[in-house]
Ligand binder design. Structure first.
Ligand code: GCB
Length: 611
């Protein structure tokens, strides 16, 4: 079956399955942790369904009878045939990837059905939403035997309104999550990370008033360090309301009115202590309408580009970064929640970082909030990775949707300074058009932040020196250039960096978004023996010497903080399905190269880039 047909089957069976029409994915509710919530995390019943028998009959037609798993049907008599049973099918923890919860699911790609029951007595005055932090990759969601809707994209949150569908007692929620890779998907079939499937982030019931504060932007205006400009969006029947925005510590208390569409736009000045890695100051911001109130922690800082400089709060800054995959620090599987975020970001802090690249897809919201608190600037990314179907309009639509969902969730985080729209994508007219659309979308959704992409530059050999010229047609559209290179690992020897020069005609700042090489922790040898810590250390030393000579370099995020699982990495002894380019092993042990980078970052701390 082609991917398109697979998705079509997945999507088409939905409307037939349920009695009522499907609810839509609701506009995302910002900052759900500040609302009245009930967690649905814990052990869920789970049926592994590699042939999708829970959705399709033996003619591959959508199932409409009680054999459809979302009905959670029980036989009514001893003679009735029902070939599934959630209650006796085993459990999976939510949140969590299924791959690392059962040995036989390590490489599994397909459907798993999840079920859990809950009681919930909501106030009759209020509305109820179901919030899913992330499900990889496709999710179809059903409540009490009726379809709520579906969602595509493995790393962004989505909500459904269930006000009229949930009952006080005996609800059952069923999800079909499918992580089959597809050529037309985002990401596509080919990646260098584990395709962890499942309900990988928390599931939450959110109770809000009839008309509630759905989302807001309270941010410094681009280029300003004291003008706060933003908007508030109400959702509900009473759209025209008085609205108060208070920042008590800064002495701010302002009153606005929302218009007939429930929106208020505002701009006012304030005397603020600015957020920075050295002083990650967060203010308590209170947004109150007549019917609802939300409390947020927001930091205020400006981020701009001037020539080849990146200016944080008006001052040139060098981004001392590291790339991070969303893998748990010291146990197998996807990371989620505050504890994992704190450990991963503490390692980055220990390295001396002021910046992290959250590769290659949106990470859990807790990473962004923890970065806000710990003082780490963030590069956030969508999984437009390698060879996306550039010519396929649904693929573009999907990428745009994932980008917008990421921005909708994170646009109040001071830590977040750069949106990256792509990673190492081959230049073509169709690709350029696709990425230009994403760049435009990011700027339109959030004019205050910078947009970048990890590019790959061309090498031009001249005598015994190598010149690498930044040249990519989309470079002109980006605020900051990203570039990934693997001199000393995939090309040449680490020493080749000694005779490599970089040029760029764009007059823009460059972040070296990747460089590195693999080392197995504890494996030692000489500096030219692959997989040794000495090889990786030597590579870092030579890379750093080269990077210091790039006049327009304003940051780097070497690849990568921690070893991570990848199905592409089959070599026994050294890889064993792990990419070993981590500075820290999969068990949290620091390799020698960690200390090389740490030394550089200690030197650079506080130093200004060359003028
Ligand atoms: C890259 C990719 C990254 C890989 C890395 C590698 O260029 O962006 O996802 O994991 O190289 O180790 O090859």
């Amino acid at each position: 079956m082609t991917n398109f047909l697979r998705w079509l089957t997945f999507a088409l069976c939905l409307p037939f399955l349920s009695g009522r029409g499907a609810a839509q994915v609701a506009p995302l509710i910002a900052n759900i942790n500040a609302r009245q919530t009930t967690s649905l995390d814990g052990q869920w019943q789970a049926i592994v369904d590699p042939y999708d028998v829970g959705a399709l009959d033996y003619r591959a037609q959508p199932l409409k009878n009680n054999n459809a798993f979302y009905k959670n049907y029980k036989p009514q008599s001893e003679s009735e045939l029902v070939e599934y049973d959630f209650d006796t099918s085993g459990q999976l923890h939510v949140p969590g990837d299924w791959n690392t919860q059962r040995e036989q699911l390590l490489f599994y790609e397909g459907s798993v059905w999840y079920e859990r029951s809950f009681d919930y007595a909501k106030s009759p005055k209020n509305r109820l939403f179901l919030h899913l932090g992330a499900c990889n990759y496709l999710a179809a969601v059903y409540l009490n035997g009726e379809e709520l809707g579906e969602h595509e994209g493995g790393f962004t949150p989505f909500d459904f309104e269930i006000t009229d569908r949930a009952r006080a007692q005996g609800n059952f929620l069923v999800l079909r999550v499918n992580n089959t890779r597809g050529r037309d998907q985002v990401p596509t079939v080919n990646t260098d990370w584990w395709n962890y499937g499942g309900i990988t982030r928390p599931v939450t019931l959110v109770e809000v008033p009839q008309t509630f504060v759905q989302d807001y932007s309270v941010q410094l205006e681009k280029g300003s360090t004291r003008q706060i400009t933003g908007w508030v969006q109400l959702n509900g029947a009473k759209l025209q309301q008085n609205l108060t925005i208070r920042i008590p510590e800064a002495g701010v208390s302002k009153i606005f009115q929302t218009n007939s569409r429930g929106r208020a736009e505002f701009s006012f000045s304030a005397d603020l202590t600015l957020w920075s890695p050295e002083n990650p100051k967060l203010y308590r911001v209170e947004i109150a309408s007549e019917t609802d109130q939300v409390i947020e922690s927001i930091g205020f800082r400006s981020i701009e580009v001037r020539g080849t400089d990146i200016l944080l709060n008006g001052k040139s800054v060098f981004l001392r970064g590291i790339s991070i995959h969303e893998e748990a620090p010291t146990r197998p599987g996807r990371a989620w929640g505050d504890d994992d975020a704190r450990t991963l970001l503490s390692w980055a802090k220990e390295l001396g970082c002021n910046f992290v690249r959250l590769a290659h897809y949106p990470h859990d919201e807790s990473m962004l909030r923890m970065a806000d608190q710990m003082g780490l600037m963030v590069w956030a990314e969508v999984p437009v990775y390698w060879t996306i179907q550039w010519e396929n309009p649904p693929t573009l639509h999907n990428a745009e949707n994932q980008l917008n969902e990421m921005i909708a969730r994170d646009h109040n985080r001071a830590a977040l300074i750069i949106y990256s729209v792509a990673n190492e994508t081959p230049v073509s007219d169709a690709r350029n058009r696709f990425l230009r659309q994403l760049i435009q979308d990011a700027h339109a959704a959030d004019p205050t932040r910078l947009v970048s992409a990890a590019l790959q530059s061309n090498e031009v050999a001249e005598g015994n020196r190598m010149t690498i010229q930044m040249n990519d047609p989309i470079a002109s559209d980006l605020d900051v250039l990203g570039n990934s290179e693997y001199i000393g690992w995939y090309t040449g020897r680490p020493e080749d960096t000694d005779s490599t020069d970089w040029i760029s005609e764009y007059g823009k700042p460059l972040i070296m978004s990747e460089f590195g090489g693999d080392a197995l922790f504890g494996y030692h040898g000489d500096a030219h023996t692959r997989w040794t810590e000495e090889y990786q250390k030597n590579l870092y030393e030579h890379q750093i010497a080269m990077l210091k000579r790039i006049p327009f370099l304003r940051g780097m995020t070497p690849w990568i903080l921690k070893d991570f699982r990848s199905p592409r990495r089959t070599l026994p002894r050294f890889e064993n399905y792990f990419n070993r380019k981590g500075l820290v092993s999969d068990r949290g042990e620091k390799k020698e190269a960690f200390f090389v980078l740490q030394k550089l970052y200690r030197e650079l701390r506080g130093a200004q880039p060359p003028k």
